[in-house]
Design a protein around this ligand. Sequence first.
Ligand code: HEC
Length: 148
Amino acid sequence: MATWHKAVLAAALGLAVVSVGGLAFAQADAIKARKDGFQVFRTSAGAIKKVVDDNSAPAGAVAPAEAIASQAARQLQHFPAGSDKGDTKAKPEIWANMAQFEGYMKDLEAKATAVAVAGKAGDAAALKTAFGAMGAACGTCHKAFRMD
Ligand code: HEC
């Protein structure tokens, strides 16, 4: 092999190594970003639960419910292919069943929006029902797609 061929090959291999490393970084970033998103879900769901448990003004549930809905709309981008590897409890089944996973996330978005609607209406009974349905949407996806 001509020397310049070897140099080109070495350069190409070097680039390949760099880009694989870059990919691993991107996946770690995605895992971190989605966990941050799920923490928004957790904190906001806790805030809504407090409104329901304390029987306080339903309007207090609106902001956290809207936070969940808007986070749900952004959450899917943090599940790029290959990000089942690393410090994650996401099951590989997600990537084999992405349409279903997306459907569950869209369902959560709708259920969180319904919580916000009940809060805006000032309807405590509707809020409680909507909050229960939202919690079920969290559980359905975890059961299917999150490791225990
Ligand atoms: C469409 C699927 C889906 C829905 C809906 C969903 N989750 Fe999750 N959740 C996951 C997956 C997958 C993980 C694991 C993420 C990881 O480890 O990379 C997770 C992880 C979490 C975590 C742990 C995050 C961390 O820091 O490790 C919390 C807390 C959480 N979810 C709360 C919720 C709450 C609360 C809701 C409902 C408001 C919810 N999730 C709805 C799929 C979902």
